[in-house]
Design a protein around this ligand. Sequence first.
Ligand code: HEM
Ligand SMILES: *[C@@H]1O[C@H](CO)[C@@H](O)[C@H](O)[C@H]1NC(C)=O
Ligand SMILES: *[C@@H]1O[C@H](CO)[C@@H](O)[C@H](O)[C@H]1NC(C)=O
Ligand SMILES: *[C@@H]1O[C@H](CO)[C@@H](O)[C@H](O)[C@H]1NC(C)=O
Ligand SMILES: *[C@@H]1O[C@H](CO)[C@@H](O)[C@H](O)[C@H]1NC(C)=O
Ligand SMILES: *[C@@H]1O[C@H](CO)[C@@H](O)[C@H](O)[C@H]1NC(C)=O
Ligand SMILES: CC(=O)N[C@H]1CO[C@H](CO)[C@@H](O)[C@@H]1O
Length: 331
Amino acid sequence: MAIQKLFSVLFLHLALAFLLAELTNAGGLQLGFYRRACPDAELIVHETLHRYISRDPTLAAPLLRMYFHDCFIRGCDASVLLNTTSSNNQTEKLAAPNLTLRGFDFIDKVKSLLEAACPAVVSCADIVALVARDAVVATGGPFWRVPTGRRDGTISRSSEALNNIPPPTSNFTNLQRLFANQGLDLKDLVLLSGAHTIGVAHCSSFSNRLYNFTGVGDQDPALDSEYAANLKARKCRSLSDNTTIVEMDPGSFRTFDLSYYSLLLKRRGLFQSDSALTTNSATLTFVNQLLQGPLQNFFGEFANSMEKMGRVNVKTGTTGEIRKHCAFVNS
Ligand code: HEM
Ligand SMILES: *[C@@H]1O[C@H](CO)[C@@H](O)[C@H](O)[C@H]1NC(C)=O
Ligand SMILES: *[C@@H]1O[C@H](CO)[C@@H](O)[C@H](O)[C@H]1NC(C)=O
Ligand SMILES: *[C@@H]1O[C@H](CO)[C@@H](O)[C@H](O)[C@H]1NC(C)=O
Ligand SMILES: *[C@@H]1O[C@H](CO)[C@@H](O)[C@H](O)[C@H]1NC(C)=O
Ligand SMILES: *[C@@H]1O[C@H](CO)[C@@H](O)[C@H](O)[C@H]1NC(C)=O
Ligand SMILES: CC(=O)N[C@H]1CO[C@H](CO)[C@@H](O)[C@@H]1O
């Protein structure tokens, strides 16, 4: 009898353990993957980010964007961080969308601190994912627990960046297709585009809308004309300006909030890809729902989509490697 009871208790424990493992397992990833091998890993990422961001608050946005670019090419495997070398002569960084990515030095710094604390344990891909979450928190956005256990890839090709990262001139069809290629749906598209609530863009990313939209010296009719006039007068004074930067969510470009979606409805989304979200009835409805709901609702949904993007094609277990230096594959 006693033995039987012991067994059933044991069984219950086992069942619970399995259930827990199942709940925390996100496509081969786990919450707290480094708990034993590098208990301070997440703390080190967090503290380093805060140290850097207090000196340069504008760093949060490119670090969030880096995660997007990483996950959209070969899955979240830190391929975006690889430098061009003699054996890898055209990496993603060399592709046009790279031009404006920033924060590689920061990632290298975090990696060197992690290598000092626990050599060859924490992947660059997980650093990118944790940094993106902490960048969102640092700008007033939601916190969520990031499943970890990603491993680093060894391949990075500039041509793949061009084929997978949507250009700012994307229409709705293109956006839907490129997100679907990653297993992301229209809700994810709307939510993740909400990242444009922070950060800046170069005039060259959207000035076609201001100057020569259809090749006859015209403006994009989908862009609010008052806003366009303002941008031309004060910011992007010519079609060839590729150095001036513009806040994507003017007034609160360092704060993670809902105002990006309000701008979309005012026809003040900066890119054609932003404005495209209002050209489809499903995404437009969702934009309105987000604006009508509480901020916490957007926060929760954004966090879910970020986690979902973070699982795209991840390498886990024994595939890939743990890079020693994030800019180079191990030799
Ligand atoms: C939906 C398709 C998307 C397109 C077409 C797009 C395009 C762009 C472009 C062209 C820029 C400006 C680059 C520059 O001129 O300096 C930019 C900036 C940015 N993007 Fe996106 N993006 C998209 C989705 C995302 C996603 C999913 C995220 C993250 C979850 C993201 C995060 C950011 C951030 C934070 C910035 C500001 C970067 C900075 O301040 O340096 N974007 N995006
Ligand atoms: C990687 O390349 C970038 C330029 O593309 C350079 O600024 C950086 O210093 C390089 N990183 C390393 C570790 O060599
Ligand atoms: C890169 O290397 C390949 C072969 O390894 C070569 O065909 C190609 O021309 C090289 N590209 C550049 C830009 O050096
Ligand atoms: C969207 O853009 C693609 C490629 O630029 C183009 O082939 C397609 O016709 C466009 N679709 C719509 C509905 O405008
Ligand atoms: C506008 O586009 C047309 C067609 O591509 C081109 O011929 C013209 O030179 C452009 N105008 C300017 C100011 O760049
Ligand atoms: C920016 O424009 C200048 C002059 O128009 C050009 O020489 C330069 O290559 C451009 N830079 C980039 C990154 O496109
Ligand atoms: C940081 C980086 O590697 N930038 C490269 C982006 O791509 C252009 C060419 O398209 C290179 O000239 C830059 O060095």
